[in-house]
Design a protein around this ligand. Structure first.
Ligand code: KG4
Ligand code: ZN
Length: 345
């Protein structure tokens, strides 16, 4: 079986073809970094228009690279939310049109489920597992029991890590996305140069809060009279270390909570754009080693938004008969835990 996956929920226009035996035939991602750079963040209206301009070319490229024609496709999966609604509408309408024209199943996929299941495509991870989903808009721990069956353990009460990194990079005078840039600058810096707050560290549960850290980072940057390269590197290294400390603290609690609920869990999977960060991966690896568990992180290009993750989630759904209907309405908000109820209907 071959599924086409389309992703347009944020600032990447992406399409991919994936087979039931986990081969990625093509995975084309067109980033809108240049369009959004002057604004220091993603502008929803600009994103939607850019998706509309690029989607057709990206689809053609994906088909060409895979050497597949639309007639050979068994299903069309698309990120149906959560995300910036203008972009989601572009992807969903294209997917509906293609599914109708080719008379194949239309599978709307929750974007977060795409991130959640990627490790099954790349690393064959068995259910159940603990998931840390860290992206531009999300930061949460969930138990992944099966496709569509997620138990929320805790998450951010305000900002996500990606948001904190993107806003900080912007204050330092850099464009979007900030995460990769902060990771690069941090390599040259002293992680102990600045002492920053670690909200909720040491508290019970596995909630996060990053708005205080974001504000503290802002204050240090704005108070700096000489924003030299050394300052920037030291500051980025310190910010990254602070977030790493918070992640480890919260991860210890999340592992305990998850194992109490599901003792058969043996892996922590980290997904979403922030999971591309090598420093965070190393810190989390130490954390799971304390419990003799495994850390699974998909390759960097499959952590950030892409079409393969949507195609694969669509494949898993298709294999279980969980297909959608053409009256599906794109969803700006769509918590993963709601999927359990929807599947049961
Ligand atoms: O999953 P994603 O591509 O889009 C969303 O669904 O949000 O995540 C984007 C986020 C951005 O905040 C970006 O700065 C962050 O992931 N990011 C990183 C890295 N690469 C992307 N954060 C830290 N280190 C990275 N290497
Ligand atoms: Zn994402």
């Amino acid at each position: 079986m071959i599924v086409l996956g389309i992703e347009t929920s944020c600032d990447e226009t992406a399409a991919a073809l994936v087979t039931h035996d986990k081969r990625i035939l093509s995975n084309i991602v067109s980033s809108q970094d240049i369009e959004h750079k002057p604004f220091g963040g993603v502008v929803p209206e600009i994103a939607a228009r850019a998706h509309l301009v690029h989607i057709e070319t990206i689809l053609h490229k994906a088909l060409r690279e895979a050497n597949i024609s639309l007639d050979q496709i068994d299903g069309i999966a698309v990120a149906g939310g959560p995300g910036l609604i203008g972009g989601v509408i572009v992807g969903v309408m294209i997917a509906k049109g293609l599914a109708m024209a080719k008379n194949v199943p239309f599978v709307p996929v929750n974007h977060l489920e795409g991130h959640a299941l990627t490790a099954r495509l790349t690393n064959d991870v068995p259910f159940p597992y603990l998931l840390l989903l860290v992206s531009g808009g999300h930061c949460q721990f969930l138990i992944v029991e099966d496709v569509g069956v997620y138990t929320y353990l805790g998450g951010t009460l305000d900002d996500a890590i990606g948001e904190c990194l993107d806003k900080t990079a912007r204050l330092l005078g850099y464009g979007y996305p900030g995460g990769p840039l902060i990771e690069r600058l941090a390599l040259q810096g002293d992680p102990n140069a600045f002492s920053l707050p670690q909200p909720l560290k040491g508290k019970e549960g596995c909630s996060f809060s990053f708005s205080g850290l974001k504000t503290a980072a802002r204050k240090v940057i704005l108070d700096q009279t000489d924003p030299s390269k050394t300052f920037q590197a030291d500051f980025c290294a310190s910010l990254q270390k602070t977030i790493g400390d918070i992640l480890v603290d919260r991860c210890r609690n999340a592992l305990k909570m998850a194992l109490e609920k599901k003792p058969t869990i043996t892996n922590l999977v980290v997904g979403g754009g922030v999971a591309a960060n090598q420093y965070f991966r190393a810190r989390l690896d130490n954390c799971v080693n304390e419990r003799a568990m495994g850390l699974v992180t998909p390759p960097v290009n499959l952590c950030t938004d892409n079409g393969a993750m949507i195609a694969w989630a669509g494949m898993e759904r298709l294999q279980r008969g969980l297909i959608g209907s053409l009256d599906f309405a794109p969803r700006p908000r769509w918590p993963l835990e709601e999927l359990k109820r929807e599947n049961a209907q």
